[in-house]
Ligand binder design. Structure first.
Ligand code: PAF
Length: 286
C-alpha cells in the first residue's frame, strides 16, 4: 500500500482510532523531513516493532533560536514520501505551522514542556537557549495526537534522546522510547539533514569531526582518562577551519559532566564549518 500524507490533526486522530479499533500497534518516528538513510533506519526499526508506522514531517519553529536556519531548513516532502514508502511507512503526518500552533504570535503564548535546567545548561542546550523546550513541547503534542506504542529516536541527537526518555518517565507518557544507532557515511561523517548545506570542500573538513571523536575513543582505549588530555587529542585532529562549540564528556546514565573518564561516558561534540552546525558523539566504554 502506498504511503498516505495527512495534514490535519483531526483526520489523523480519526485514522488512529480505526487503527486502534483493529487492535494494531503503532510506532512513531518524529522527523523534520529531509529524510536520509539515518531516518530510514529509524523507520525500519519502527516497522520491525509495530503493525503501523507513522512518521511526522514538521519543521518545528519553536525549537529554532533567533538567527538559526528555520527559514532555509530543507523542505523536501516529495522525496520524503519516496523514502517513507521504501521503508514501509503507512502515514506521513505533515501538518502546517498553523495546524500545530493555531494563531501562534509568539512562543511565550504557548503552554510548553520544559526540561530541567541542569540538563539543558550543557552541550547543545547551552548555546541553543529554549531549543529543548521546543523539542519536548512538539514531541509531547505528537505523542498525544498519535498515541504510539513505540517512538524511535536516533542517538546522533544524544541529548535530545536523553531528555525525551526523561520526559516520558517524568510525565508518564504511555510510550516506549526506542534508541536507534547513529548512522555514518563511509567517511565516518554522521548523517544529518544539515550535511546538505556543506560544499564538497567543507564536507572534507567536516569529516575531521568524527575523526576527532574516533581519536578520543582510541586514546581512551589506550588508557588516557583525563578529559583535558582527551580534548587536546580531539583538537589535534579537527581541521583548523572548524569552530568547536563544545566537546563534552557526560555520564551515559545521568548526563553529568565528567572530568576523569570512567566507562559508559558519552563524548559529544558540536562544531561549525562555514557556519553549518554539526553534532556527533561516541560512547567510551571498557
Ligand atoms: O530530531 C528532530 O528531527 C527533531 O528535534 C524532532 C524530534 C522531530 C522534533 O521536532
Amino acid at each position: 500500500m502506498s504511503v498516505q500524507v495527512v495534514n490535519k490533526i483531526n483526520d489523523l486522530i480519526n485514522k488512529i482510532k480505526d487503527i486502534k479499533a483493529e487492535g494494531k500497534t503503532i510506532a512513531l518516528v518524529p522527523t523534520m523531513g529531509c529524510l536520509h538513510d539515518g531516518h530510514k533506519s529509524l523507520m525500519l526499526k519502527a516497522k520491525s516493532l509495530a503493525d503501523i508506522v507513522i512518521i511526522s514531517v514538521f519543521v518545528n519553529p519553536i525549537q529554532f533560536c533567533p538567527g538559526e536556519d528555520y527559514d532555509k531548513y530543507p523542505r523536501t516532502l516529495d522525496n520524503d514520501m519516496l523514502v517513507a514508502q521504501s521503508a514501509g511507512v503507512s502515514i506521513i503526518f505533515a501538518p502546517s505551522v498553523n495546524e500545530m500552533y493555531p494563531g501562534l504570535q509568539k512562543f511565550s503564548d504557548l503552554t510548553m514542556v520544559v526540561p530541567p535546567y541542569e540538563l539543558t545548561d550543557i552541550m547543545c542546550g547551552k548555546s541553543r537557549i529554549g531549543h529543548f523546550d521546543g523539542v519536548e513541547t512538539v514531541v509531547s503534542k505528537l505523542f498525544n495526537i498519535v498515541q504510539p506504542d513505540y517512538a524511535c529516536f536516533g542517538m546522533k541527537d544524544i541529548q535530545q534522546l536523553f531528555l525525551i526518555k526523561k520526559m516520558v518517565k517524568d510525565l508518564n507518557f504511555p510510550v516506549e522510547i526506542i534508541s536507534c544507532p547513529l548512522i555514518r557515511e563511509e567517511s565516518g561523517l554522521a548523517l544529518s539533514s544539515r550535511n546538505k548545506y556543506l560544499s564538497a570542500e567543507a564536507k572534507i573538513k567536516a569529516i575531521t569531526i568524527s575523526q576527532a571523536l574516533f581519536a578520543v575513543r582510541d586514546s581512551f582505549n589506550a588508557g588516557i582518562k583525563d578529559a583535558k588530555k582527551l580534548l587536546d587529542t580531539a583538537l589535534a585532529v579537527l581541521d583548523k577551519d572548524i569552530e568547536l562549540e563544545y566537546l563534552e564528556f557526560v555520564d551515559k546514565e545521568t548526563f553529568k559532566t565528567i572530568e576523569n573518564i570512567e566507562s559508559n561516558t558519552i563524548c559529544a561534540i558540536a562544531a561549525r564549518i562555514n557556519n553549518v552546525r554539526l553534532i556527533d558523539n561516541v560512547l567510551l566504554e571498557v
